[in-house]
Design a protein. Structure first.
Length: 265
């Protein structure tokens, strides 16, 4: 059984020491047999990794030992199959790329809500609920009444805000994504643009499903995840989707039977 840890945290690293931190984290992951990807940037950390539970807990403790990262949280799930086959620790300009320059996400984020509070926002006719994920993710599942910006990548989100939401700066805006990182950065961007009532689903879809089991039925479909499971059901068990390695879109068993499907293409 493999423990899968999805984690992110917005806090400032000392850029001069990032390469040293990169080497230290990489060495620990190799030592503990951990596989996956971790991104480091001056704004924080983002990653999904898997390994034995003891090794994952050791990694989390290590990351929390860095100044500013004491409150780093993570989402846990499990898989019988190996989700990743190699380990990468990369240095990036942003841990999630919006392409809008410096945004103080750690100090300019939205009001975070969970569980029933989130359901109340979904029920509020005066609240605009936005899915900040990309089209290949929203195609297989989303919350009821949520707007789909139909973005091909996260860099497209500011254009959507300008064209579709510029007149709604005083309305309630509630956003969500897979694990929380994109809606946290998107909410900070929107507050910087002058939106006054911005909310985000803390921990994203995965934490919501973990805590509620979708007992209200507000989540419809499956949730795309960034590992070999491809997608999970509202029970967080692996669903039947496979992934096209050409376009990244999730494929149903019916898609695999279509004459234009070619494995590996």
């Amino acid at each position: 059984m493999y423990t899968i840890a999805a984690l992110y945290h917005f806090a400032s690293w000392d850029e001069k020491n990032l390469s040293v931190i990169q080497d230290a984290i990489s060495s620990l992951c190799i030592q503990e047999g951990i596989k996956g990807t971790i991104l480091l940037a001056s704004e924080g950390i983002n990653g999904t990794v898997s390994g034995k539970e003891a090794g994952i807990l050791k990694l989390i403790d290590n990351l929390r030992s860095y100044s500013g990262f004491e409150n780093l949280t993570w989402k846990c799930s499990y898989s019988d199959a190996k989700p990743f086959h190699r380990m990468k620790v990369k240095l990036k300009k942003e841990i999630v790329t919006l392409g809008q320059g410096d945004i103080d996400v750690a100090n300019q984020t939205a009001t975070k809500v969970r569980g029933q509070e989130w359901n109340s926002l979904l029920d509020d006719p005066d609240c605009i609920v936005i899915d900040t994920r990309n089209t290949y993710e929203t195609a297989i599942g989303k919350f009821k009444s949520a707007q789909d910006p139909k973005t091909l990548n996260f860099r497209d989100f500011p254009d959507y805000v300008e064209k579709k939401l510029s007149g709604d700066k005083n309305k309630k805006i509630a956003m969500y994504c897979t694990g929380g990182i994109r809606c946290e950065k998107a909410s900070a961007y929107m507050k910087k643009q002058g939106f006054s009532q911005v909310y985000q689903l803390e921990g994203g879809i995965l934490k919501y499903l973990e805590e509620t089991g979708n007992d209200s039925g507000y989540w419809h479909g499956d949730c795309f995840v960034f590992d070999n499971r491809v997608a999970v059901k509202d029970s967080l068990e692996e669903s039947a989707y496979q992934q096209c390695f050409g376009c990244r879109h999730p494929l149903t068993p019916e898609d695999l039977k279509k004459p234009n499907y070619r494995e590996g293409v």
